[in-house]
Design a protein around this ligand. Structure first.
Ligand SMILES: [Zn+2]
Length: 345
């Protein structure tokens, strides 16, 4: 990475945890674990009092109540430990943890982007695509492929196998699993691929019913889910004669896939964005068939009407209705799913 590289501090901060950093320094075992905290002697001023340095795991911040009388985020910590600037600390973190340097940095023209901490980093691929016309503003810039992978995901997690009824084969096939560290810690990480099959984000599903203040899904800052269709990269490899099934959620998609029907995509919500419509348009022709199978609730009903009217302008569209209110594809019994899938083939 060149020295002029502008580092997206926010992305680096979101990608690493205090726990990982302590582990990097080989001092994690000096800390006592609380519900949401790690407590130990301050590694910055090298204190000995085991309660003077406290880390909030959920907020990913630290505080020294003794000599330092100071606290901060994970980059502030590295900066203090290394006695370097925040910029240098972020670069060290990128190297130590093998973070995606393209996603974490963007070439700064004349340093004018130095204040754009809140803006998503401009993917390099965009600036290289000067030859092609700029996409309409509402479609936005594509999500940049990630250069890192979450590893050591726990595949055989009870939430996936018992609660969601997924087989190990499906779990491995979709690359999902319980994540114990990093930005998706304590969540089920679900890789989202772009149409080329590159991972552009991980969605983090809380493994169960979270309290009201905790979101069911966590998506990385800057990631635009409206730009992607979950599983599209694989669905388009299926026969053009088969209908494309559109569902709302990741698990609806995985469940139908598990029953042997692989031409299925999830819109990750109950509405179809313009960018998603464009993706479908690019991979269909006037003979293509689409089956819209959203949840049998108010949002799903409104969504499917809108989707059907938009997509029927360029291909055949059928709306699948469930006889039971509030039914979702994921909650069908194995027999019901098998019947639906049989009807699609
Ligand atoms: Zn201290």
């Amino acid at each position: 990475m060149s020295k002029s590289a502008f580092v997206d501090f926010k992305a680096v901060k979101a990608a690493i945890t205090m726990e990982q950093v302590l582990e990097h320094y080989g001092i994690l075992d000096k800390f006592k674990r609380g519900t949401d905290s790690l407590n130990g002697p301050c590694p910055i001023h090298k204190g000995s009092n085991p309660t003077q340095f406290r880390i909030s795991l959920s907020k990913n911040i630290w505080n020294c109540f003794s000599d330092c009388e100071h606290g901060g985020n994970v980059l502030d910590f590295i900066a203090k430990m290394e006695k370097v600037s925040i910029h240098a600390a972020a670069l060290k973190a990128i190297v130590w943890f093998g973070l995606d340097t393209e996603a974490m940095s963007a070439e700064s023209d004349k340093g004018e982007s130095a204040k754009k901490d809140n803006a998503a980093p401009a993917p390099k691929s965009v600036s290289k695509k000067l030859a092609s016309p700029a996409p309409p503003a509402e479609k936005g810039v594509p999500n940049a492929p990630l250069k890192f992978r979450l590893d050591k995901l726990e595949r055989e997690h009870p939430y996936l196998m018992q609660e969601r009824g997924l087989t190990l084969e499906t779990i491995v096939d979709f690359g999902i699993g319980f994540c114990s560290k990093g930005m998706m810690a304590d969540r089920i990480a679900i890789p989202i691929h772009n149409v080329k099959g590159e991972v552009v984000a991980y969605a983090g599903r809380f493994p169960g019913e979270p309290d009201e203040d905790i979101p069911k899904y966590k998506l990385p800052t800057g990631f635009r889910k409206s730009q992607e269709l979950f599983n599209l990269d694989r669905a388009i490899k299926e026969s053009p004669d088969k209908p494309l099934v559109i569902v709302e959620g990741f698990f609806d998609c995985m469940k139908i896939h598990q029953h042997g029907y692989k031409k299925v995509v999830a819109i990750m919500g109950s509405s179809l964005s313009l960018a998603q419509e464009e993706l479908i348009r690019q991979h269909t022709n006037s003979q293509s068939q689409i089956i819209v199978m959203l949840d049998e609730n108010d949002a799903g009903k409104a969504g499917r009407e809108d989707i059907a009217s938009r997509l029927s302008k360029f291909c055949f569209v059928r709306v699948h209705q469930f006889p039971q209110p509030d039914m979702e594809p994921e909650h069908l019994t194995d027999d019901e799913l098998a019947n639906i899938v049989e009807g699609l083939k």
